[in-house]
Design a protein around this ligand. Structure first.
Ligand code: FAD
Ligand code: SF4
Ligand code: SF4
Length: 467
């Protein structure tokens, strides 16, 4: 019988004060009966607005109907027709502005918990050892993918399913991109990312790690080695800084460096293992996006006593996922909103504090956001041991510097034809953060899928739907 409750079935979570001191996953996932109860809230709308809200068009009503019927394997198989990393997307997609943002149930109450149900079906498949898609017969045609993040993985997975021999070249010693070295363990367990990547390599995709394209081999050399097309999914890993006094002091990190150290040096095993990443007692994180929330919550788990988010706009303008903001607040992160750093203070070597100024919001700017301006005479000093800067990232210039004929925007994003993700250089496609700047996992995956389809159509002359 339909579930008419206006609220989502609650998902169990670790209590805030307990989880603020460990790196285990915050949200614990639905049990089968909770998932079936939530699935009954779906109205099976004929026009499926939720599907249009998902950048990769997961067949949402279909998989939810299968969960309601207790057929969890069918639910998983339905999701994976369009999404090759469902356990990840169910956890980190900003559902409120995508699939759930347009769910009809959201008009009078909470939308159906599409993300939680997707996570449930994917976790069921991983826990019960369901095999992924079958490895197809190879067509002998070689494609290279630069970068093993969500854009590269989804492009590689889709091409492998069509029979191509795909090789991913990844700069670091682990694939996954930001999923592996950015998003923290307590939001996205690394073992789960490894299992999802294994499903892609089981399709026949090869991953060459520790290969920096542009240094170890160039894009042109990949063509000389017989690759017929190259997809660039190299992300946006170059951190931005504020350009203020004191940014070179010890104790000032970019959020990228801080989170990468924690993830790749397994500092998340703290306090079981001594951590090489020290935060001191008082930490300020500058910025208001997902990266800032992750850095702040990670600092708390590494033993910091007082952690603040310093953001120059207000609560409504915070760009992070609603759930992350809520979790950060519950865990005791202090939000210093309408505050902006002016300079970082130190003793000549280490950080000792940060001078900030209060802000007020003026008229909306061209983007529709109200622009902040300083309140005269409102400067104050925060005493600090660590400052983490999370104000955005840009694409690394290496690929564009070593690939003649590749057009880029002034800020470094690779220029593509939107319908195919083809770049200005023949045979080279690009997608994900390398094209858009820092965005989301699912948009990167959507771009990878689109490029895979276009590469196949260009190389075979066939349309993907027609097969
Ligand atoms: P990436 O994930 O950056 O992967 C690019 C890969 O290319 C990397 O592995 C890199 O090592 C490799 N590479 C780079 N240059 C080269 C080269 N020259 N040769 C070989 N390999 C190379 N999005 C969400 O949807 N939800 C969230 O909750 C969320 N939280 C986030 C938290 C953090 C801390 C960060 C940093 C980002 C977050 N994002 C989130 C954004 C999301 O992770 C990115 O938009 C997404 O990972 C982009 O995917 P990508 O494949 O384009 O790039
Ligand atoms: Fe929603 Fe993301 Fe799943 Fe699409 S992939 S249905 S946007 S949670
Ligand atoms: Fe179900 Fe919401 Fe999609 Fe309608 S819009 S089919 S209620 S998930």
């Amino acid at each position: 019988m339909a579930n008419l409750s206006k609220e989502k079935v609650r998902m169990p979570e670790q209590p805030p004060l307990l989880r603020a001191r460990n790196f285990e996953e915050v949200a614990l996932g639905y049990t089968p009966s909770q998932a079936m109860e939530e699935a009954e809230r779906c109205l099976q709308c004929r026009h499926k607005p939720c599907v249009n809200g998902c950048p990769v068009e997961v067949p949402i009503p279909g998989f939810i109907q299968a969960i309601a019927a207790g057929d969890f394997e069918a639910a998983y198989r339905t999701i994976t027709t369009e999404n090759s990393l469902p356990a990840i997307c169910g956890r980190v997609c900003p559902q409120e502005s995508q699939c759930e943002g347009v769910c009809v149930r959201g008009k009078k109450g909470e939308p159906v918990a599409i993300g939680r149900l997707e996570r449930f079906a994917a976790d069921y498949a991983l826990q019960s050892g369901l095999a992924g898609a079958e490895k197809p017969l190879t067509n002998g045609r070689k494609i290279a993918v630069v970068g093993g993040g969500p854009a590269g993985l989804s492009c590689a997975g889709d091409l492998a399913k069509l029979g191509y021999e795909v090789t991913i070249f990844e700069a670091l010693h682990a694939a996954g991109g930001v999923l592996t070295y950015g998003i923290p363990e307590f939001r996205l367990p690394k073992s789960l990312v490894e299992e999802e990547i294994a499903k892609i390599t089981e399709l026949g995709v090869t991953i060459h790690k520790n290969v920096v394209v542009g240094r170890s081999i160039t894009v042109d050399e990949l063509f000389e080695e017989g690759f017929e097309a190259v997809f660039v999914g190299s992300g946006a890993g170059l951190p931005r800084f504020m350009g203020i006094e004191g940014e070179n002091l010890n104790g000032v990190y970019s959020a990228n460096e801080f989170l990468t150290r924690v993830n790749l040096m397994r500092a998340y095993e703290y306090p079981r293992n001594p951590t090489p990443v020290k935060t001191g007692k008082r930490v300020a994180v500058v910025g208001g996006g997902n990266v800032a929330m992750d850095a702040a919550r990670t600092a708390l788990r590494l033993g910091a006593e007082e952690v603040s988010i310093v953001y120059r706009r207000g609560m409504e303008e915070l760009p992070a996922r609603a759930e992350e903001i809520h979790h950060a607040q519950e865990e005791g992160i202090h939000f210093r909103l309408l505050n902006n750093p002016k300079r970082i203070l130190g003793d000549g070597v280490w950080v000792t504090g940060m001078e900030c100024v209060e802000m007020e919001l003026g008229e909306p700017d061209a983007s529709g956001r109200r622009s902040p301006r300083e309140k005269a005479g409102s400067e104050f000093v925060l005493e600090l041991d660590t400052v983490i800067i999370a104000i955005g990232q840009s694409p690394n210039p290496l690929i564009r510097q070593t690939t003649p004929g590749l057009s880029v925007q002034r800020w470094g994003g690779i220029v593509v034809e939107e319908s195919t993700m083809e770049t200005s250089k023949a045979g080279v496609y690009a997608g994900g953060d390398a094209v858009t700047g820092a965005a989301t996992v699912i948009l990167a995956m959507g771009a990878g899928k689109k490029a895979a389809k276009a590469i196949h159509e260009s190389l075979s002359g066939a349309s993907v739907e027609a097969e």
